[in-house]
Design a protein around this ligand. Structure first.
Ligand code: BTN
Length: 254
């Protein structure tokens, strides 16, 4: 059920209008449904909980009350769903740091603090009436107790509530986050993507680490070396060969 609608005319595109729901299946799905009507670019769908929150690689995203679940709609010139999902990691990390958790980015876009995941991003490209849209969904473990997350997730996860003594309302966190995303999107529209990827590289704590990447049945082990101009993680394997890694599972080795 929709419980509110917030407007912020100070923002350029992202978050000028925000629809607040108490519960939805998935904010990404609600955003997609809204594409059937003539919605403005930058519209945000925010929910207090999700009954069927989705993560990357077809996984579920546990979405208990207290967490932050929001998606926004972009109408981009290019089919940049994946790249925008990657770049959105930066404002998420910025917001977490602003509220007291010195998180970093695990490639591609997991916000991680002391090897525990605190936020994730799922971006999807969809065509509606021949127009390409990107839906970027963000889940942040804000005011959640760790024991409200699934047992298998708990050892690898953390929450803002667990790391910071001060209470941060989701509304306040989202307001700050949307300002940062709005700025990032202006830069995306006005500057070369290489500059943004350079910034991303600076925040990506995976660079320089030994990693093990699995793509389908193939597994490679080596050092995460760079971010390529297409957003791929460049891995140099133990035999010295270079690989571009995008999607698949990535483990940071000690
Ligand atoms: C991941 O790290 O696997 C991505 C998690 C993305 C979760 C968010 S919560 C808001 C939006 N709605 C969804 O169903 N998923 C994303």
């Amino acid at each position: 059920m929709k419980i509110g609608e917030v407007h912020d005319a100070n923002r350029k595109i992202i978050g000028r209008t925000m629809l607040h729901f108490d519960a939805v299946e998935s904010t990404n799905e609600t955003a997609k449904e809204l594409l059937e009507s003539d919605v403005e670019e930058g519209l945000v769908v925010w929910a207090d909980r999700q009954a069927a929150g989705r993560g990357r690689h077809g996984r579920a995203w546990a979405s208990p009350l207290g967490g932050l679940y929001a998606s926004f709609i972009l109408r981009t010139k290019e089919a940049h769903a994946w790249l925008l999902g990657l770049l959105t990691g930066m404002p998420v990390v910025k917001a977490l740091r602003h509220f007291g958790v010195f998180a970093g980015l695990k490639y591609p876009n997991d916000a991680v603090y002391q090897d525990r995941k605190i936020a994730g991003i799922l971006s999807e490209g969809v065509y509606r009436h021949d127009v390409y849209h990107v839906i970027v969904g963000i889940g942040v473990n804000t005011n959640v107790d760790l024991d409200k997350l699934p047992a298998d997730v708990q050892p690898k996860a953390t929450t803002l509530k667990r790391e910071v003594n001060l209470f941060v309302a989701n509304e306040e966190f989202l307001d700050y986050l949307l300002n940062q995303i709005d700025d990032l999107y202006s830069r995306y529209r006005n500057t070369r993507i290489e500059f943004l990827l350079k910034d991303y590289r600076g925040q990506c704590t995976t660079i320089g680490k030994r990693v093990s990447a699995t793509v389908g049945k193939e597994k490679l082990t080596g050092k995460a070396y760079d971010i390529a101009t297409n957003g791929a993680l460049v891995i140099i394997d133990d035999q010295g060969a270079k690989h571009d890694f995008f999607e698949g599972s990535l483990e940071i080795l000690k």
